[in-house]
Design a protein around this ligand. Structure first.
Ligand code: NAD
Length: 342
């Protein structure tokens, strides 16, 4: 019997790639998504169609259900019917800048929705609850690379605050109900079938149309761009690596990344931060076009630099990122041109 995993946000960028990857590895995947209109719903539907049109052997291992994390009764029915052993929570209201004008979306999906899902995991005695956190939890920290044991109590956006809250809620459930949980702090994930609200996607689209691109903080922002296949590699390794209780946990020195409870938190990045302006040059080179650049100052809620230390995740599952930014951008641009018939 194949193992069952419920993936939330399955029509999203990381959810789509994770669904595809885990189906290929023999998991039975139950995907849910509410198809919200934060960005082009056609792209979300196309991702689902892509999986559904795949080979029959893959298709049989896949079930998609339109469901919002706020629909608690429907979630209960899904858990009763499919009884997933693993849950991968990728559904969330993403985006830092959108949270400035739309705070309630973040509280609804990322806090209330998260709580509904973790309650289902608790009552269904799920073997492992894995959820997306974010590099944005490091907030105002200036010491890079970011390590999981740094303090993360100074968020600079509501998005970051909801992601940090997820980690704290997960810890509570790991402690109270012995629910094994792993939080993954993703660092700027990019790749084919990506997110149209993210800078690399907007830059590509505008450069191709000859329109000017807005470059915040004059392009001096440092980002640890992480290719999607490196992210799904981690997910594939981590899903069956279940955290255990640790009676040796040092309560006199309670490091944030560990616990006595079956709870873990890891950075998932590329460990190779790059200035935005250099990243744009790579896009220009791959497109063979020059961008019209509009240099602007920092935006509210943004952080100047993200950079991941990957020591902990490497020690836990043996992970080293494998895709160079040049290669990753080339794959993205080839996909982009194909998808939009350019
Ligand atoms: N892509 C990145 O660079 C990045 C970085 C850090 C963290 N993350 C986190 O990783 C996760 C996946 O991100 P992504 O880039 O794939 O984003 P995405 O927006 O492409 O995917 C999220 C999906 O969740 C769905 N969704 C949102 N609210 C929902 C709800 N209440 N009920 C059901 N479905 C809902 C959306 O329709 C969407 O398809 C998110 O939690 C995000 O915050 C992503």
């Amino acid at each position: 019997m194949s193992k069952k995993v419920l993936i939330t946000g399955a029509a999203g960028f990381i959810g789509f790639h994770s669904s595809k990857r885990l189906i290929e590895e023999g998991y039975e995947v139950i995907g849910i998504d509410n198809f919200n209109n934060y960005y082009d719903v056609k792209l979300k539907k196309a991702r689902i169609e892509y999986i559904e049109k795949s080979k029959k052997s893959i298709h049989k291992k896949w079930k998609f259900i339109k469901c919002d994390l706020l629909e608690r009764t429907k979630l209960d029915e899904i858990f009763d019917k499919y009884n997933p052993e693993y849950v991968l929570n990728l559904a969330a209201q993403a985006g830092v800048r959108y949270s400035i004008d739309n705070p309630s979306e973040y509280i609804n999906s990322n806090i209330v929705g998260f709580m509904n899902l973790i309650e289902c995991c608790r009552y269904n005695e799920v073997k492992h609850f894995i959820y997306a956190s974010s590099s944005s939890v490091y907030g105002g920290n200036k010491t890079i690379p970011f390590k999981e044991d740094q303090g993360v109590n100074h968020p600079v956006s509501l998005y970051a605050a909801t992601k940090r809250s997820n980690e704290l809620i997960a810890h509570t459930y790991s402690h109270l109900y012995n629910l094994p949980s792993t939080g993954l702090r993703f660092f700027t994930v990019y790749g084919p079938w990506g997110r149209p609200d993210m800078a690399y996607y907007i830059f590509t689209s505008k450069i191709l149309k000859g329109e000017p691109i807005k470059i915040f903080n004059h392009g001096k922002m440092l980002r640890d761009f992480t290719y999607i296949d490196d992210v799904t590699n981690v997910i594939s390794k981590i899903i069956h690596k279940i955290p255990k209780s640790n009676i040796k946990f040092d309560l006199s020195n309670p490091v944030p990344s560990k616990s006595w409870a079956p709870f873990k938190i890891f950075n998932v990045g590329n460990s190779n931060p790059m200035e935005l302006i250099t990243f744009i040059k790579i896009i220009e080179n791959k497109l063979g076009l020059k961008a019209k650049k509009e240099l602007l100052s920092m935006q509210l809620g943004d952080v100047e630099a993200t950079s991941s230390d990957l020591g902990l995740i490497d020690e836990w599952v043996g992970f080293k990122p494998e895709t160079s930014i040049e290669k990753g951008i080339e794959i993205f641009i080839n996909w982009y041109k194909d998808y939009y018939n350019i």
